[in-house]
Each structure stands twice: as C-alpha cells, then as structure tokens.
Write a protein that binds this ligand. Structure first.
Ligand SMILES: [Mg+2]
Length: 198
C-alpha cells in the first residue's frame, strides 16, 4: 500500500507565527497567546492610530529567526515522517504588504530546511490557496483550510479555535487534535500512529 500524504501547516502548528512577539515588542506589553481568542491578535491589541507603524515594524522582522515551537512538534513530525509522506502546506504572503512577501518565502524556507531536515524541500508547498491541494490527511489550525475533499481533517488546537463547537466539527467531519495547543502534538501523534490509521 502506498504511504499516505499529510499536508502540514506551519504557523501555529509547527511554531508560533511571531505576531505575538511583534505586538509585545512594539507595545512594550507582555501579552500571552491565551489572552486572545481572535486569530488576528494585532487587530485586537494595536491601537488604530499606531497600526500603520506596526505594519512596518512587523514586516521588517524575521519571524522564523528564533522560532517558538509548539511542544513536541519537531520530534513528532520526524516520527510521523517514518510512516507518512509529509508535505508542508503554508502561506508565505505578508498580510500587510503582499507585494513584499519575498522575505517571508525565504525566511520560512530557511527555517524549514534548518529545523526539519528530514522533509525534502521538494515537498514544500507555499500557497494561500490550500483548497487546491489534495492529500490524504491535513493538519491545520484554521478551520477554513480543512479542505472538505480530504478524508482525514485534523484541527490543531489553538488560541483562536477553542470556541468552535463539537457539533460544527462533527458536521464538517473534522477531528479535533485536542483542546490545548500545549498537548496538540501528543494528540495528533496518538491519532496518526494508531495502527488503524497507518
Ligand atoms: Mg496556521
């Protein structure tokens, strides 16, 4: 039997996207990720009259320079790569200045090569049109990316998806990869290394 293909998101699944650090540095605050329930934490935290300055500040940073990994991410992905073909499926567009996204592509690529050397760079799919990509399994923290054509859809737990109801997930045939990002990878490992899944 051929190996199943996993489409794997990066931001908020392998590592935090760095926006929280950018917000805290810019404002001199010490917010924690669980202080937020909205995906776009900058829109909630940054005062309107400082937003233009923040956009420039955040865009000049390399968010992958000192990555803040989700617990167990690297070890678990390496373990999964023994059984599955893993494809990175991640957007690299700068949300503030789309035409200046080159650095994001470069920084994310370099980050992946450095920290996930067991994934072939030919398996990196950098796109915001994730719905076009097919695989057997998808792992993402954004419910909108969990393509209905993919059989196994795993919602990685995150600060912004805690309030999605079990009913909604059930209707969309989505598996919740736990309730807390701290043990999301433990849960994903349990699901994907189950002998019935392999
Ligand atoms: Mg994500």
């Amino acid at each position: 039997m051929s190996r199943k293909k996993i489409l794997l998101d990066v931001d908020e699944v392998i590592c935090f996207s760095g926006f929280l650090d950018a917000v805290n540095e810019f404002l001199g605050t010490s917010y924690l990720i669980d202080d937020f329930t909205d995906y776009y934490i900058d829109e909630v935290a940054i005062p309107k009259d400082q937003f233009e300055d923040f956009k420039r500040f955040a865009s000049a940073r390399n968010n992958y320079e000192n990555p803040d990994f989700l617990p167990g991410a690297i070890e678990t992905i390496e373990q999964l790569s023994e059984y599955y073909d893993i494809y990175i499926c991640s957007s690299c567009v700068n949300p503030f200045y789309p035409l200046e996204s080159g650095d994001v592509f470069k920084n994310k690529f370099n980050f992946l090569v450095e920290y996930l050397p067991f994934i072939n760079p030919e398996n990196f799919i950098f796109t915001s049109s994730k719905q076009l990509i097919k695989g057997d399994i998808i792992i993402d923290d954004s419910i909108s990316h969990l393509n209905s054509d993919i059989e196994i859809k795993i919602l990685f737990p995150s600060y912004h998806n805690r309030d999605i109801s079990d009913r909604e997930l059930e209707e969309k045939n989505i598996i919740r990869g736990g309730r807390d990002w701290r043990n999301g990878w433990e849960e994903v490992k349990r699901i994907l290394l189950d002998e019935n899944m392999l």
